[in-house]
Design a binder for this molecule. Structure first.
Ligand code: KIV
Ligand code: ZN
Length: 523
């Protein structure tokens, strides 16, 4: 067996934020962002990182191969359809890793078999050929029967057996459309372990989607039945309702060791930091009441709860904020705080800055402190998001803005840099945001359609910063932008311009999002 034998209660964590997560329309990450997230996953102890889909685009290939070269602990995996050129390209990208893996898949349910129009026997041959080919290249091969939970059981057993005989070392059982339920998820793994010859020689993985809100429960039920790899994403990022959330399964197993006595290698104190970074770079904010990493997950608003927590923290808290790396003492900073204090505070929040970066962030911090008396952790996180999303190297940059608004109408005047050249515009609109966006469109004509415009207050009070998220779509490509400021209109225009910069970058680097999706679901 190619895989090292592991403790029977050890559950491998397979993170697919950079593949299934990034595949979600709009969750685009730049090359550098992907490397940064991969580094964080590696440092937190993720066993396997699915770094991308190498044949999907040049950008995906480069990201997988660069991540493979730098990973220290994690196995690096790439996805490939059941096609020999896909598998070769995948191997080309992952081969540099200390521990590489090829993950190949094909849709085995009746609906998916109908797409390439293959009979059951023909598909079985394709599986044998492609898994054998992958195994000839790499000792560590994962195979997935896509839509396994809607595949006939006899056929599923047959193809899993073929894949094992052809050399697969991990068999992943995807609930591609989030259709299964906990008892069924467990029964399926149990059935495969009982019926398939050689099943005890390989590792079964569970890969759940959250369409019915059961992804975490389904994954844990599969583990209870014998699966020893959970496929998941940070914040549950992923298409539609997303994938199983890494932080949920890992913390559930940690908190409920009494009924789930399984171990992972995850350093849970790194969860909060990576959750924030993924939210920032993907442009998908975490909902406030999200389990584990939501802003309210450890908040106790009601009097009864607060009283109980003060007397004995265990009355209403089943885990400690520090377990996920959440800093409890949210002590405000202000305009008298110095550079060293800022560096220390940011380090606490998970941001390690070099001297130059600190210099830039300190200038922004001082400007914010001039407008806002008390600066909380959330303000600093918003400031860091803003600094990462809108930089001095951007093709389009907002330089100056004036807006006049009131009951007589709205007018905006905007100055921007376009590739270093200053341009200005004056426009009216239906409200101040519309007027400013019209200015941008006059300066930089675009066909991009606004798909999302969202504002949320970072903290309480009328001097609170607003974080604005914008999602644009053009020619099947999605670009997202985010910006924070105490001035909501300024944050809006910066987020809009940020999204245009991302769209521009994407149109130079990648195939349209729609194509990537088709590639992943066609034989
Ligand atoms: O959901 C799914 O079926 C997948 C496969 C490609 C494993 O993501
Ligand atoms: Zn999936």
């Amino acid at each position: 067996m190619a895989q090292t034998m592991i403790d029977k209660n050890r559950v491998l964590i397979f993170d697919t934020t950079l593949r299934d997560g990034e595949q979600s329309p709009g969750a685009t990450m730049t090359h550098d962002e992907k490397l940064e997230i991969a580094d964080l996953l590696d440092e937190m102890g993720v066993d396997i990182i699915e770094a991308g889909f190498p044949i999907a685009s040049e950008g995906d290939f480069e990201a997988v191969s660069d991540i493979a070269k730098r990973a220290k602990f994690s196995t690096i995996c790439g996805l490939a359809r059941a096609k020999l050129p896909d598998i070769d390209r995948c191997w080309e990208a992952v081969q540099h890793a200390k521990s590489p893996r090829i993950h190949t898949f094909i849709g085995t349910s009746p609906l998916h078999r109908a797409i390439p129009n293959l009979t059951m026997d023909e598909m079985a041959d394709v599986i044998h050929e492609t898994v054998s080919h992958a195994r000839n290249l790499c000792d560590n091969v994962q195979w997935s029967p896509m839509d396994a939970t809607r595949t006939e059981h006899d056929y599923l057993c047959r193809v899993v057996e073929i894949a094992i005989k052809a050399g697969a070392t991990t068999i992943n059982i995807p609930d591609t459309v989030g259709y299964t339920a906990p008892t069924e998820s467990a029964d399926l793994i149990r059935m495969l372990l009982e019926r398939v010859p050689g099943a005890d020689e390989i590792i079964f993985a569970t890969h759940c989607h959250n369409d019915l809100g059961m992804a975490t429960a389904n994954a844990l039920a599969a583990v209870d039945a014998g699966a020893r790899q959970i496929e998941c994403t940070i914040n549950g990022l992923g298409e539609r309702a997303g994938n199983t959330a890494l932080e949920e399964v890992v913390m559930a197993m940690k908190v409920r060791q009494d009924i789930m006595p399984y171990q992972t290698h995850i350093d849970t104190t790194k969860i909060m930091n990576i959750s924030r970074r993924v939210a920032q770079v993907s442009g998908f904010p975490v909902q406030f009441n999200k389990a584990i990493v939501g802003k309210n997950a450890f908040l106790h608003e009601s009097g009864i709860h607060q009283d109980g927590v003060l007397k004995n923290v265990e009355t209403f808290e089943i885990m400690k904020p520090a377990d996920i790396g959440l800093n409890e003492a949210n002590i405000a900073m202000g305009k008298h705080s110095g550079r060293a204090a800022l560096r220390a505070k940011l380090k606490d929040l998970g941001y390690e800055l070099g001297d130059n970066q600190l210099k830039d962030v300190f200038v922004r911090f001082k400007a914010l402190a001039d407008r806002k008396k008390e600066i909380y952790d959330e303000d600093l996180i918003a400031l860091m998001t803003d600094s990462a999303a809108n930089t001095a190297d951007d093709y389009l940059q907002v330089k100056w803005l004036r807006v006049v608004c009131g009951s007589d109408g709205q007018e905006a005047e905007l100055k921007m840099l376009v590739d270093g050249e200053e341009k200005s515009s004056k426009c009216q609109g239906d409200g101040p945001v519309d007027a400013v966006f019209n200015c941008v469109k006059e300066i930089y004509p675009t066909q991009a359609k606004l798909k999302l415009y969202q504002v949320h207050a970072v903290t309480e009070g009328t001097d609170a910063q607003a974080t604005v998220s914008v999602r644009l779509e053009e020619d099947g490509r999605i670009g997202t932008g985010a910006a924070s400021d105490t001035d909501t209109i300024l944050a809006s225009v910066k987020a809009y311009v940020g999204a245009l910069n991302r769209l521009r970058f994407r149109s130079q680097k990648t195939a349209p999002d729609a194509d990537v999706k088709t590639v992943s679901y066609k034989l």
